[in-house]
Design a protein around this ligand. Structure first.
Ligand code: NAD
Ligand code: GLY
Length: 348
């Protein structure tokens, strides 16, 4: 996958501001990474799927620096305290100092884990996100939410901790399975649905190109979608209000993941299904015109995302699972619903 266009945007958080660079072949030389490395030492965290594909390329880009790496097994089940301890053990064993920089090379699992390790090691060291899934490029690498899972709940132990740089190299997506690509598209579209009618209409026009992985269109879509996330994070870093809207579809989606057992649905697929359920509720509550709901659902379907609950799945089971979601409050279950295309609002 190649194209000429490169984009850059800024996440504006005063002294913690950082650039998000979006483009192609960004790892082909050190100039895109090395200026953001804090000192002489670098620690790369990756996994057994991504490392054989891209680790040597990254290490070549880091030539001249002192580099160590830890390669974890693949999968959400390894986003836990045990893996975190392995990261700290390796950092200590290789005598990484406060001036070290942790680089996340992987999808959201590696990014969330590496970010939390960076937040904790020696009370905080620099870290750089090099996301290798579309979901991580459009969502998880930006905004500073870092965490590991507890056996009792996803992302239970974590911190808000911003990276110094996000390098979203679309060339790294050529090896991504189609299903993972679609899961990323769900989060990309979500930003338009909740915040920008203009982007939504442009995505409607771009469906065929997105389905074909047209690199130029994908790069522009990523840039426009991440710009929305960056704007929301800059306005509400710690999710006191506006940032909650990024959870559109997530309460329903998490319930689906719980009821079906984690792993059957990819997170992005569950979010697409969850957005479809949130649309239905938005209409039922009288917030959203039925035609608008149909229009949003049509876009999801055109992008080959799931919008219909599989037969045999009980709505009651989903409702029960939703009441134990992290986003329930003392006032009741907090849901993000739609008032119009590009306009979301919380129920409480
Ligand atoms: P993931 O990290 O598990 O990656 C998905 C799969 O793709 C894995 O098997 C991975 O090894 C593989 N992979 C990664 N890059 C590849 C490449 N270039 N080529 C081939 N295979 C590749 O999952 P994800 O969807 O990237 O992220 C999900 C995680 O992100 C969850 O843990 C979720 O909680 C978290 N998340 C965090 C935030 C946030 O704001 N921090 C937001 C959304 C999701
Ligand atoms: N992925 C939701 C958020 O970053 O707030």
């Amino acid at each position: 996958m190649t194209a000429d266009l490169n984009y850059e945007l800024q996440v504006n958080l005063q002294e913690r501001s950082y650039p998000v660079r979006i483009g192609f072949d960004l790892l082909s030389s050190g100039e895109q990474v090395c200026p953001w490395v804090a000192g002489e030492q670098v620690f790369i965290l990756s996994n057994e799927i991504v490392a054989p594909l891209y680790l040597s390329r990254l290490k070549e880009a880091l030539a001249g620096l002192s580099v160590n790496e830890l390669i974890l097994p693949d999968g959400e089940q390894h986003k836990n305290l045990n893996s975190l301890a392995r990261v700290f053990d390796a950092l200590v064993a290789h005598r990484h100092r406060r001036t070290t920089t942790i680089l996340a090379l992987g999808g959201g699992v590696i990014g969330d884990l590496a970010g939390f390790a960076a937040a904790c090691y020696q009370r905080g060291v620099a870290f750089i996100q090099i996301p290798t899934t579309l979901l991580a490029q459009v969502d998880s690498s930006v905004g500073g939410k870092t965490a590991v899972n507890h056996p009792q709940g996803k992302n239970m132990i974590g911190a808000f901790y911003q990276p110094k740089l996000v390098l979203a190299d679309l060339s790294l997506l050529t090896t991504l399975p189609e299903r993972e690509y679609r899961a990323g598209i769900a989060e990309l579209v979500k930003h338009a649905i909740i915040y920008s009618a203009e982007l939504f209409y442009w995505l409607e026009q771009s469906v065929d190109e997105l389905n074909k992985w047209n690199p130029d269109v994908l790069a522009e879509a990523l840039y426009r979608s991440v710009s929305i996330k960056a704007e929301i994070v800059a306005a509400d870093e710690r999710e006191a209000g506006l940032r909650e809207q990024l959870n559109f579809g997530h309460t329903f989606g998490h319930a689906l993941e719980v009821v079906t057992g984690y792993g059957e649905w990819l997170h992005g697929e569950a979010v697409a299904m969850g957005m479809s359920l949130a649309l239905q509720l938005s209409v039922k509550e009288g917030w959203l015109e039925p035609e608008q709901s149909i229009r949003v659902r049509s876009l999801l379907e055109a992008l080959k995302l799931p919008t219909l609950l599989p037969s045999g799945l009980s709505a009651d089971a989903l409702r029960t699972a939703m009441t134990v979601d992290k986003k329930s409050t003392s006032k009741g279950l907090k849901l993000i619903l739609l008032e119009g295309i590009g306009k979301a609002r919380s129920t409480t």
